[in-house]
Design a protein. Sequence first.
Length: 219
Amino acid sequence: MVGVLPACASLGDVRLGTCLHCQIIRYGFESDCHVKNALTDMYVKCGSLSSAEFMFNKTEFSKDEVSWNTMIAGYMHNGIAKEALSAFHSMKFESFQPNVVTIASVLPAVSHLTLIDMYAKCGQLDLSERVFEEMENTDSVSWNALLTAYSMHGEGDRALLVFSLMKKRDVEVDSISFLSVLSAGRHAGLVEEGRKIFHCMRDKYHIEPEVEHYAWSTC
């Protein structure tokens, strides 16, 4: 059965994969680590991340390096770099040693973010933007990297535009997003816009401001 799961993944047929999963449970094979990893990989490649995470997080099942690599690669495959990086740190925290497969999976997220930051620090905002635009998948981490680049150079109008696009496209905004856009707005003298964003942070997103947010706000 394990040999059939990759075929389901290649076809993207989560329904057939789920049927096989039921058979695996019936025959008592689900607790085998290799089977669990194959199931996790199948769900990831079929776009069912919630099912993949459920398999991965089952406490009664053991994990190995392949389990972690499957989940990290799955997050990257689905364009969720933030979760991939989080899983990478959790892997090390739980005393699993990352290998070449782990690094190859997580490197694209790190390299793109590093390039955005590097070009911004060199004053090449146009190149930071180009790196961002060429990313196949973007999440809150990559959007925040671009926001931080604009903040670094006091590009308030562009930071506000990016912040607006994040909300429009349902990208998760967090305390880092707000800190970057408040900083950029303050540098550009956008007092009223900064005040509105600060109050939006508390009233709409229920994010408690920290000292840094107060420092850059005009409330």
